[in-house]
Ligand binder design. Sequence first.
Ligand code: SAM
Ligand code: SF4
Length: 325
Amino acid sequence: MALIDNHGRSIDYARIAVTDQCNLRCTYCMPEQGLNWLKKDELLTQDEIHKLIQNLAFLGVKKIRFTGGEPFLRKDFLDIVKNTKSIPGIREISITTNGTYTEPHIQELVDLGIKSINLSVDTLNPERFLKMARRDWLPQVQSTFNSLLDSPIQVKLNAVIMAGQNEEDIEALSRLAITMPVDIRFIEEMPFNGSGINTSRVSAKDIEMRLLELYPALHKLPMQPTSTSQEYSHEDFSGKIGIIAAYSRTFCGTCNRIRITPSGHLKTCLYDKSNNSLKSFLSSDSSDFIIQEKIIQAIGARFANGFDAEKHRAPIHESMASIGG
Ligand code: SAM
Ligand code: SF4
C-alpha cells in the first residue's frame, strides 16, 4: 500500500519520539527547569509503539527514526528497537540522540543492524556546550562520537546554530568533515523551545554565506528528493556539509514524513498543532482497520506546508522534546 496525502505526497517515513524526558536542557529546546514531563501512563507503551509501527508499515511506511527527548533514557528503548526490526515492511531504522547515554549500546545497535545515527552536538567548546546544553556532558558526547566513528554505523552530526551563541562553531564543526567521513548538518533554529519566547535567528542563507567564505570551492549538490538537508561537497573533504532550513521551510513540497509524539499524537507537520491522538485506539481492542482509518484521515487533511500549518494554530509554546525532533 502507499500512503498519499491530500497534496499528492507519498509518506513512507515516521519519526517516533519514545519519551519527552531529557538529561540536557538545550536553550533552543526547553527551559532550564525542564518540561512538565508526561506521566508514565501518558506515554505510548512498548506494545502500543509496536502496534502503531505494524499499522504504519502496513500502510506503506518503510523508515522509522526513533527520537525524543533523549531516547536512551527510556529503559525499554533497545527492546523497542529490537521489536521494530521484526516488523515486515520496515527497511530502515535510525536514531537521533544527544550521545550522553549512547556509547555503551553501540555494539548492540550494530548487532541490531542500525546503519545510521544522528548525533546532536552544537559546539566542541566546553564552555559554549555548558552554556547551550546547560549540562556538562561534552566529554561523553565526544567519546560516543569517537566510538561511532570506529563502528560500522554511519554518523551524522546535527548542530543548531544560534545567534550570538555558537556561530563560530560553524568553522570548527565543518572542519571535521575534512578529515572524517561524517556529514555535518547545520540546522536553523525553530521556535520550539518550550517557552514561547522568540529569539533572533541565524538563517540558512547566513550559514551558507559563512561556509562559502570559509570554503569558496564548496559545491552545492542537487537537493535529494524528500531530503530536508541542502548538501554541499568539497574535493578535499571526506564528509559532506548540509544545511537544514527548518525555519525557512523550503522543503515542504516534497515532505515524506510524519511524527508521532511521546503521548501518541500523530503530527503530519512539525508546525501543526495535532489533535490526532492515537493512544486510545492503540491501547484498546480497536481493530487495525480503525487505527489505519485514523492515520489515513489525518494524512488526508495535511497542510500544504509549514507556514500554512502555523497559520492555523495558536502561538507555539511546545518543545521539540515533546514533539520529537
Ligand atoms: N535528544 C536527542 C537529540 O538532541 O539529538 C533527540 C531529540 S532532539 C529534540 C532532536 C533534534 O532536534 C536535535 O538535533 C536538536 O538539536 C533538534 N532541535 C531541538 N530543538 C530545536 C529547535 N528549537 N530548533 C531546531 N532544532 C531543534
Ligand atoms: Fe534534550 Fe535533545 Fe532537547 Fe537538547 S535537543 S534538550 S538533548 S531533547
